[in-house]
Structure formats: structure tokens, C-alpha cells
Write a protein that binds this ligand. Structure first.
Ligand code: FES
Length: 128
């Protein structure tokens, strides 16, 4: 079903099911990835956008409920990305990416001797 949503002052027409969470329409259909997924149950606030000026948890809001309204995401707070929320978000992303990189390395470095990978005769790693 085609829905037309006004996001950050621009009209987007997307072909999605009306009950699709607004969060996924923003991210997957519009490429506005500043709105984040956290808990998915309207608890953490990572997905918050403004719909007609009201803070709205986009993870639990159907996209069809934003039709005819004005939605603002973090990208829409200012054109030059100088809004304090955008600056804070950028700073947090930089730190989290830098801080998370060691955790993404593979294989993970064990923190104790008992957690080390011990090769087996089949060369399949296993954790002990
Ligand atoms: S993802 Fe946590 S409130 Fe929406």
C-alpha cells in the first residue's frame, strides 16, 4: 500500500504495509538511519521522533498513523547538523564505534585462561 509521509519537511511515498513500524519505514524506505532501534517495545527511547510536535516511539507506531502529519527525525533538527542533539548523537556514535571495535574483532580475545580456544582433532574451535 502506498503511503505518503512528510518527514523533515519532505514528502516521501513508500510502498509498505500500513502497520509497518514507522521506525523501519524511516530507516529502510527513506534511508534516515539517525533514528535508532533499541528495545523495540517503547521503553528506551532510541527510536523517538516528533510527529506533529509530539515525541513518538517510532518502533511501536504504525507508519499509517503518521500520514497527514509532520514527522521530524534527528536529521531534520537542523540543516547544518549543529543542533545540540545532532552534535551529541554524532559524538556518541564516534565513541561507540571506537569503543566497540575490539569487541567485533574475530576471533575474540579470551579474558581468562579457561576461556581460550583449544584446537580439537577436527580443527573445529570450541570453547572450554
Ligand atoms: S526502540 Fe526502544 S523505545 Fe523504540
Amino acid at each position: 500500500m502506498a503511503l505518503t509521509l512528510n518527514v523533515n519537511g519532505k514528502d516521501y511515498t513508500v510502498d509498505v504495509e500500513p502497520e509497518t513500524p514507522l521506525l523501519w519505514v524511516l530507516r529502510d524506505n527513506m534511508g534516515l538511519i539517525g533514528t535508532k532501534y533499541g528495545c523495540g517495545i517503547a521503553r528506551c527511547g532510541a527510536c523517538t521522533v516528533h510527529v506533529d510536535g509530539q515525541p513518538t516511539r517510532s518502533c511501536t507506531t504504525q507508519a499509517s498513523l503518521a500520514v497527514g502529519k509532520k514527522t521530524v527525525t534527528i536529521e531534520g533538527l537542523s540543516a547544518d547538523s549543529k543542533h545540540p542533539v545532532q552534535v551529541a548523537g554524532s559524538s556518541l556514535r564516534s565513541r561507540s564505534v571506537a569503543g566497540a571495535s575490539p569487541a567485533r574483532s574475530w576471533p575474540p580475545r579470551p579474558c581468562s585462561r579457561s576461556a581460550r580456544v583449544r584446537p580439537t582433532p577436527t580443527s573445529t574451535p570450541r570453547w572450554n
